[in-house]
Write a protein that binds this ligand. Structure first.
Ligand code: ADP
Ligand code: MG
Length: 696
C-alpha cells in the first residue's frame, strides 16, 4: 500500500526545477548527487536556458516533459516558486521538495508566501518537504535517491534521520560517514510548511528497515500531537531527539515556584520523557546511543558488568555508570571462581574484572562469556587499552563473537589508534565501539532507560476521581485573572480530595481567637491580604501559637509587620499546627503550547536551595506518578532515614494524580503551588496553597 510520503522517498521519476550548469550552484550539486548516487528512476532537469545539463536532456518547463513525474525538486529563485508549483500541479506531480529559501525564516512577508505555498499544496493533496531545506535521501538500493546538495553521501543502514536545520544536516551526514553509521532515509525538513517531524514519525513507524528514529529539532510545531504519536511509535522503535535551545529559551516569567523552575527546556524534557523519547545533548551523543540501539539487544535491567585490561578507564567507567544511575553488578561466587581459574593471579575478579595488561583476545573471550552468563549482569562494557603486543581488532572480534551468541548488550571502549578506527569503519558485525568510557556508559544508560520504557505495560488506566467539577469552576470564576483568595484555594483542594490541615479563614481578630479555640491549640496564624503571596517574607506567618495570649500577641505583631510590608490585612487564616514528616511541594504550571505540567519535589525552603523536583505531563498513570516521586534525589528522606517512619507514598501519588485531573479539567489554572505539603507518615496534608487563574 502506498504511504503518503512514498512519492517523495520512492519516486520513479524526478524533475529538478532549477537544474544548473554552473558547477558552484546548488542546482548543479543536487543534480550531480542524483546521478552520482545512481538514482534508479528517470531524471528530468528543467531549465529554460539550457538544452542539456550534466549530460541529460533539459526541458524548458515541467509542462514540456513528456512523461509522468512523481517528485519535483524546486530550487528556482524565491519569486519563481509559485509558477513552478503551478506547472508541477498541472502536470500531476505527486511529491515536492522545495529547497528554495526566503520564506517564513525571513519574516512576516516570507511567512505569507509560505502560507500560500502550503495552502495550494494541501488543496492539491500533494505532500511537500521544505521550503528552505537541503533535500531528502533514501538509501534503499531499489531507489538510491540522493536529492540533496550535501557533499557527503549517506550509506545504507537502519537509522531514519530528520533534521530541522539544513546546515546541520550537512554536518550530520559528515559525522555519520566518519563513524560508519548507516541511514535508511534522511530528511532536511526546513520550515516544515507541510511535512513535519510528526509525519516522519508516522512514516517510519511501520517501516521495517528503519530501526531507530533520530531527530534534530529546534521547535515543536504541534507538541501535543507529537506526544501522542511519539508515545505510540516509541513502543515499537526507539526515538532519539536532540532538541536545541536547551538554555536559550529561558524560563518564562512566573511568580510560582513551579513556574519559575519549569523553564521551557524542563517542559520539553518532561514531555519527551513522558512519551519514551530519549533526549541526547549533542549530535555526537545521539549517534553514540543510536549505534548501541541499532546493534544491541535491549537489556533486562540497569546492572553493568565491566571487563577491562587497565584499571584507570575501568574506574572512570564505574564512576560514569553510577553517576547516571546504572548499577555495577555483584558477580556471583561461581563466576569469580571461574575467572580465578584462568586469569593471572594479579587480575581482579570482582566487577570491574581487570584482566591486567597481558590480556589476549582469548582472555577477553572467556572473561566476557563468564561475566555475561552471570545472572546479575544485564549488559557489559568491555574496555581495551591497546597493549603493545596484541591486535585490538582481534580483541574486538573476540568480544563480538561472544556478544553475538548471547542476548545481552555489549559495548566496547577501545582506546586505540586512528588506524584502528579507520579499519573498523566499514564493519557492521562488531559491537558498537567508543573512544571513551563516559560515552559508552551514557549509551548503556539510555539503552536501559528505553528498555524499561518498552517493558512498562502500555497505558494502564489513568484514574478518574469523582469530583464536583462544577463547584471548582465556580470558585475559579470568582477571579477574572489573578490569585484565588486563600480560602477558595483551600476549597478547590478540598473538592479535589486533597487532605488539608484544619483551617478557618475569618475577617476579624475576635473571630480568629474563636476559630483557634475550635481548631485547638497550638495553631498557626497567617495574614490574608490582596496580592500577599509570599507570606513569610512579609512577616505574615506565625507558627506554634500555644494559647490565646500568644495568638493575641501574634495578631498585633502581624498587623504591624504586614502593614510595614505594604499590605492591608483583610482577614486571618488560622490553621492547626502540623508536625512531623518532610515538607514537599506539588505544583502545576501551564506552558502556552505544551499545556499543563505537574511538579513534585522537596518543598518549603528547600525548593529554592536544591531545586530537587521532577516534572510530569498529565494524564498520569499511577506508575508514572510513583516514578516522579521516586526520581527526586531526596527520595531517601521520604522513605525514612535513621529509623524515622517513611512518608505514605501511595497518598503522595494520589495527590499527584488528583492534581493531574485538576490541571486537565480546569485549564484556567495557570499556576498552582502546594508548598509545603507535609508528607508525614500518618497525617499528610497541605499547609499552604496558591492558585493563579488566567483570563478566560
Ligand atoms: P508562604 O509560603 O506564603 O511564605 P506558608 O504558609 O507556606 O507561607 O508558611 C511558611 C512556612 O511555615 C511553611 O513552609 C511551613 O514550614 C510553616 N507552616 C505553615 N503552615 C503551617 C502549619 N499549619 N503547621 C506547621 N507549619 C506550618
Ligand atoms: Mg508556602
Amino acid at each position: 500500500m502506498e504511504r503518503p510520503l512514498d512519492p517523495i522517498f520512492s519516486p520513479r521519476s524526478i524533475a529538478v526545477i532549477g537544474a544548473s550548469r554552473r558547477r558552484d550552484s546548488i542546482g548543479f550539486a543536487l543534480l550531480h548527487n542524483l546521478i552520482a548516487d545512481q538514482f534508479s528512476g528517470a531524471i528530468y532537469p528543467v531549465n529554460p536556458h539550457a538544452s542539456s545539463v550534466h549530460s541529460l536532456k533539459c526541458y524548458p518547463s515541467v509542462a514540456a516533459i513528456p512523461d509522468p513525474i512523481d517528485l519535483a525538486v524546486i530550487l528556482v529563485p524565491r519569486d519563481k516558486v509559485p509558477a513552478a508549483l503551478d506547472d508541477c500541479l498541472a502536470h500531476g506531480v505527486r511529491g515536492l521538495v522545495v529547497i528554495t529559501a526566503g520564506f517564513s525564516e525571513t519574516g512576516p512577508e516570507g511567512a505569507a508566501r509560505e502560507k500560500e505555498l502550503r495552502e495550494r499544496v494541501r488543496a492539491a493533496g500533494v505532500r511537500m518537504i521544505g521550503p528552505n531545506c537541503m533535500g531528502v535521501i533514501n538509501t534503499d538500493t531499489a531507489v538510491s535517491l540522493n536529492a540533496t546538495f550535501a557533499p557527503t553521501p549517506a550509506r545504507r543502514g537502519s537509522i531514519g534521520f530528520v533534521s530541522q536545520s539544513g546546515a546541520l544536516g550537512v554536518a550530520i551526514l559528515n559525522v555519520a560517514q566518519d563513524l560508519g553509521i548507516g541511514l535508511t532515509q534522511f530528511v532536511s525538513m526546513g520550515n516544515k510548511a507541510d511535512v513535519s517531524g510528526n509525519d516522519l514519525l508516522v512514516h517510519w513507524e511501520d517501516d521495517p528497515e528503519t530501526r531507530v528514529i533520530a531527530m534534530y529539532l529546534e521547535s515543536f510545531g504541534n507538541p501535543r500531537r507529537f506526544t501522542e504519536i511519539a508515545k505510540r511509535v516509541s513502543r515499537k522503535k526507539p526515538i532519539l531527539v536532540v532538541k536545541s535551545g536547551r538554555t536559550a529559551e529561558g524560563a518564562r516569567a512566573a511568580s510560582s515556584h513551579t513556574g519559575a523552575i519549569a523553564g521551557t527546556d524542563v517542559t520539553v524534557s518532561a514531555f519527551l520523557d513522558q512519551c519514551g523519547v530519549l533526549r541526547a545533548n549533542t549530535i555526537e551523543e545521539l549517534f553514540d546511543v543510536a549505534r548501541a540501539l541499532d546493534r544491541c539487544p535491549l537489556p533486562q535491567g540497569f546492572r553493568v558488568g565491566i571487563v577491562t585490561n587497565a584499571g584507570g578507564p575501568a574506574i572512570m567507567a564505574t564512576d560514569a555508570c553510577v553517576n547516571l544511575g546504572l548499577q555495577i553488578s555483584e558477580l556471583s561466587d561461581a563466576t569469580r571462581a571461574g575467572l580465578r581459574a584462568f586469569l593471572p593471579p594479579e587480575a581482579s575478579v570482582a566487577n570491574p574484572v581487570d584482566m591486567i595488561a597481558s590480556a589476549t583476545a582469548e582472555s577477553y573471550r572467556r572473561t566476557l562469556a563468564a561475566v555475561l552468563d552471570d545472572p546479575s549482569v544485564d549488559m557489559a562494557l568491555v574496555i581495551n587499552v591497546t597493549p603493545l603486543l596484541s591486535n585490538p581488532i582481534d580483541i574486538l572480534e573476540a568480544v563480538g563473537a561472544v556478544a553475538r551468541e548471547r542476548t545481552k548488550p555489549v559495548l566496547a571502549v577501545m582506546m586505540a589508534t586512528d588506524e584502528f578506527y579507520e579499519a573498523i569503519k566499514e564493519t557492521t558485525h562488531l559491537p558498537p565501539v567508543y573512544r571513551f568510557p563516559e560515552s559508552a556508559a551514557r549509551a548503556l544508560f539510555l539503552l536501559a532507560r528505553y528498555a524499561a520504557w518498552v517493558r512498562r505495560p502500555a497505558e494502564t488506566a489513568v484514574p478518574a476521581f469523582a469530583v464536583e467539577d462544577a463547584a471548582v469552576a465556580r470558585l475559579l470564576d470568582t477571579v477574572a485573572d489573578g490569585y484565588l483568595d486563600p480560602a477558595d484555594a483551600f476549597r478547590v483542594l478540598d473538592l479535589y480530595g486533597i487532605p488539608l490541615a484544619r483551617w478557618r479563614q475569618v475577617p476579624t481578630r475576635e473571630e480568629a481567637l474563636a476559630a483557634a479555640g475550635e481548631i485547638g491549640y497550638p495553631v498557626v496564624l497567617k495574614a490574608v491580604a490582596p496580592d500577599l503571596v509570599h507570606k513569610s517574607e512579609a512577616g505574615a506567618v506565625q507558627v506554634d501559637l500555644r494559647n490565646a495570649a500568644e495568638l493575641a500577641q501574634a495578631l498585633d505583631r502581624m498587623t504591624a509587620s504586614v502593614a510595614a510590608a505594604g499590605h492591608a490585612v483583610d482577614g486571618w487564616l488560622v490553621q492547626e499546627m502540623a508536625r512531623g514528616g518532610h515538607e514537599v511541594i506539588f505544583g502545576i504550571t501551564t506552558d502556552p503550547r505544551f499545556g499543563p505540567l505537574l511538579m513534585f519535589g522537596l518543598g518549603g525552603k528547600y525548593v529554592e536551595v536544591f531545586q530537587d523536583v521532577r516534572f510530569g505531563v498529565p494524564p498520569l498513570e499511577r506508575g508514572e506518578a510513583l516514578d516522579m516521586i521516586r526520581a527526586i534525589r531526596g527520595f531517601k528522606l521520604l522513605e525514612g532515614v535513621r529509623g524515622e517512619p517513611g512518608a505514605d507514598l501511595d497518598l503522595l501519588a494520589d495527590v499527584l494524580l488528583r492534581l493531574a485531573q485538576l490541571a486537565q479539567r480546569h485549564p484556567r489554572i495557570q499556576e498552582l503551588d502546594i508548598n509545603p505539603f507535609l508528607a508525614a507518615a500518618d497525617h499528610a496534608r497541605a499547609l499552604d496553597v496558591r492558585i493563579r487563574v488566567g483570563a478566560r
